[in-house]
Design a protein around this ligand. Structure first.
Ligand code: ADP
Length: 398
């Protein structure tokens, strides 16, 4: 029987998955999909490597009310669909690894406990990431599970890039800029050598999805990023505000008597594109809307992304290429065009025809800075790390 690795990426009400075969170093993907709307009326979709839908089912919300029951259903389905392969390990996306986890780790109770302590630093993601690990541990206690962190890739940054200008002891206590979306940046960085000219050393990657951030890559290593201590800092996002004057929070607490929970809910769930437009957090819906505030939300988004890209260019002291990735970055020619237009002064000359068909190269041959679209694949990076850790522990045991 062949062997495979299951990768899980658990969100607040969704569970994305991919299964990778271990038959070769290439780790071919066998099946991928997701369960959306967990808790309301789960929608289960499975695709094969050609993109063909292999299952598309609405699950009964009473029979599958929660994460655990949906995960159980997923594993049963995979066992039936992939009868020829045994899942020998699971890799998980875990948003925050804090100071302790600079690389992926095999999960045990102690690791879970220390990851629990980071929940307040990533309240939108970490509880769900850990819930998936726990659900799998309860049904498959002997299955090795590996946690891969969105923060690890940024641990190459200098102290200067990680610091906040607070009294020094806060840095020592861990109040520092961790950065996120690292698994996505790691995947994009791994793809660049086969796409870009080797002397393109300074690259800014724009991960623009529901969550959005930027990463400045110098020779493929992260040297600066727009997100910080939590995944709130930096760019405006679907429902998150991005950078905000901390004085505004003091004002809201002191003058408006807002509670901590109310502030957290506002910053994480009611702001960003949703807060500005009053319509939706979804970029597609805003692009289809004629409401003036939908336009303002999009204008603000492209304005802030362009401003923050320029900040990454300062950290890199130049830019050879700009890469767009994630839901908006990969799929919206309009947003890419508007960002590139604002950055013409940096030497980006967009090729409109190439941009319309999503590139991958979307700049003209004469453009001083190359602009590209690269489809991210965090799950593949997680599978690679999971396999590497399993091999390491086998070698150690041997
Ligand atoms: P997540 O952070 O949840 O993984 P994604 O990377 O899937 O998010 O990105 C979701 C965002 O991508 C949404 O705002 C969605 O509207 C946007 N998006 C997806 N396809 C398109 C498209 N064709 N045009 C514009 N925006 C798109």
């Amino acid at each position: 029987m062949s062997r495979s690795i299951l990768v899980l990426n658990a969100g607040s009400s969704s569970l994305k998955f991919q299964v990778f075969a271990l038959e070769s170093k290439r780790l071919p993907m066998l099946l991928a999909g997701q369960i959306d709307a967990i808790g309301r009326g789960p929608h289960f979709v499975v695709r094969d490597p050609t993109g063909t839908i292999r299952a598309d089912e609405l699950l009964d919300a009473d029979a599958f009310p929660d994460f655990g029951s949906c995960l159980h259903y997923l594993l049963d389905t995979l066992r039936q669909s992939l009868a020829h392969t045994e899942i020998i390990a699971a890799g998980h996306r875990v948003v925050h690894g804090g100071l302790t986890y600079r690389r992926p780790v095999r999960v045990d109770e102690q690791v879970l406990a220390s990851l629990d302590a980071l929940v307040p630093l990533a309240p939108l993601h970490q509880p769900h990431n850990l819930a998936a690990i726990r659900a799998l541990r309860s049904t498959h206690p002997s299955l090795p599970q590996v946690a891969c962190f969105d923060t690890s890739f940024h641990r190459t940054q200098s102290v200067e890039a990680e610091l906040y200008a607070l009294p020094w002891h806060y840095y020592d206590e861990g109040i520092r800029r961790y950065g996120f979306h690292g698994l996505s940046y790691e995947y994009v960085a791994s793809r660049l050598p086969s796409i870009l000219n080797p002397d393109a050393e300074r690259v800014v990657v724009a991960h623009l999805g529901n969550g959005a951030s930027l990463c400045a890559l110098d020779h493929g290593r992260s040297v600066a990023t727009s997100m910080g201590f939590t995944a709130l800092e930096g760019l405006p996002m679907g429902t998150r505000c991005g950078s905000l004057d901390p004085g505004a929070l003091l004002f809201l607490m002191r003058e408006r008597g807002m509670t901590l929970n109310a502030i957290e809910d506002t910053l994480y769930r009611q702001s960003g594109l949703l807060g500005l437009s009053g319509i939706s957090s979804d970029m597609r819906e805003l692009q289809q809307s004629s409401a003036p505030r939908a336009r303002i939300a999009i204008d603000y988004f492209t304005y802030r992304v362009a401003r923050e890209i320029a900040s990454c260019v300062a950290a890199l002291e130049g830019m050879d290429a700009l890469v767009f990735t994630a839901g908006i970055g990969e799929n919206s020619p309009e947003i890419r065009a508007r960002i590139c237009e604002r950055l013409g002064w940096l030497g980006i000359d967009l090729d409109p025809a190439a941009n319309t068909v999503h590139g991958p190269l979307i700049s003209t041959a004469g453009s001083r800075v190359a602009a590209l679209v690269v489809r991210t694949n965090e799950e593949r990076v997680i599978a690679q790390h999971t396999l590497a850790l399993l091999e390491e522990s086998t070698a150690t045991a041997g």
